[in-house]
Design a protein around this ligand. Structure first.
Ligand code: ZN
Length: 384
């Protein structure tokens, strides 16, 4: 028999100990910890957020200890859920602890249609209501938001003493909920959705055309966590990456912003994560990997980690300036390449973006239909 506890966290180290010893007795079983961020928040960060919390910290330490004491054959599986995976203490997600992560995403269009159907089941709904239309009006809505819409629409209909819920009740309900939710959650306007679609399509097209970039498996414009859209790559396991592979990666990462500029003539704040990645990568290329001609085969990487870089830089002021210049040039060139690629392949970009607007999530097969089969050759051998 499988036991399942659903324990919400009121805590204390002794409760954790107790929980785990009970679990071992009753194995096989699953321990499910909801809202793990309540105790699993990064210990360093906790100090800034309302002072260090000793009880929380000792609870967390106890949890870590208990999880380490687990063999793989104890028959106890520990699961946890959070909306703030970014806040978790790194120690919690190390191998042997919570080392497999499953993202539960917001529903896509067809999933939303199914959710609408579930919540409408017990409502007196006018037959003329078009569920497809409702789903098209609700990008970024969660299952709970949709339940809320159905409930609200029923209330509006009841208020006007109608016997059936009609289309206008739903549109009013959506308007009301959008207005209420706009600030706290990620409800997206149609214009924003267009920008996100083109941004993600920009990543998709550039990475498809650049041969060394990892294969794209999925592109989505459903908001998730902090990001409004996302592209998933299938990373290849290789130990070495050539200089041109780095350059192409920069280019594909800038493909989102480049697409916005090519299509709308205007760029948005949506590229912040991309720019952060690009800046770090360009820095590594110049400062660590010796990929820059002007600096030569020099690496300021410190594998001993003994130098405090904030106090003492390992290079002169002049070299520092050169590094800045070269990073900017590298990023600038990559952006230009991305823009050129996308301008030359604007039709493909538009096709991918339209497909995203229509389906919200597209997969490798869909991309293949639009962009053609991808012949991926490993350039690394040519460079070596
Ligand atoms: Zn992006």
């Amino acid at each position: 028999m499988l036991h399942l506890w659903r324990c919400s966290w009121g805590g204390g180290a002794s409760r954790v100990r107790d929980l785990f010893s009970q679990a071992k007795e009753k194995a096989p079983c699953i321990i499910f910890i909801d809202e793990i961020d309540a105790i699993g928040r990064s210990r360093g960060k906790g100090a800034f957020l309302g002072g260090a919390n000793d009880e929380r910290e000792s609870t967390l330490n106890q949890l870590l200890t208990e999880m380490d004491g687990f063999g793989t054959n104890t028959g106890v599986i520990v699961l946890a859920a959070t909306n703030r995976a970014d806040m978790l203490d790194p120690a919690l997600v190390r191998p042997g602890r919570f080392d497999r992560h499953i993202y539960l995403e917001l529903p896509n269009m067809s999933e939303r249609a199914a959710i609408f159907k579930v919540h409408m089941r017990n409502l007196m709904v006018d037959e003329a209501i078009n569920i497809q239309l409702l789903t098209a009006q609700t990008p970024g809505f969660s299952g709970a938001d949709i339940a809320n819409i159905c409930n609200e629409a029923a209330l509006i209909a009841a208020r006007r003493k109608a016997t059936k819920i009609e289309k206008t009740d739903f549109t009013d309900a959506i308007d009301r909920i959008v207005a209420g939710l706009e600030k706290k959650s990620k409800i997206i306007s149609p214009e924003e959705k267009r920008i996100i679609a083109y941004h993600e399509a920009g990543h998709a097209v550039t990475s498809w055309l650049l041969k060394t970039v990892d294969t794209l498996v999925k592109v989505s414009i459903i908001p998730r966590g902090k990001s409004l859209g996302a592209a998933w790559y299938l990373p290849e396991e290789k130990q070495l990456r050539s200089k041109s592979a780095f350059r192409e990666h920069l280019c594909a990462t800038l493909g989102g912003r480049a697409a916005e500029e090519v299509i709308f003539g205007e760029i948005s704040s949506g590229a912040i994560d991309d720019l952060e990645k690009v800046t770090k990568e360009a820095y590594a290329m110049v400062v660590y990997y010796g990929f820059n001609d002007k600096l030569g085969n020099v690496s300021y990487y410190d594998s001993t980690n003994q130098r405090d870089l904030s106090i003492q830089k390992p290079f002169s002021e002049a070299t520092g300036e050169l590094i800045d210049q070269e990073i900017r040039k590298l990023v600038g060139d990559a952006y230009l390449t991305a823009k050129t690629l996308l301008t030359e392949n604007k039709i493909l970009l538009e096709k991918v973006a339209e497909s995203l607007l229509k389906n919200e999530v597209i997969y490798r097969e869909d991309l293949e239909k639009i962009l053609g089969h991808r012949t991926k050759e490993d350039k690394i051998l040519n460079v070596l």
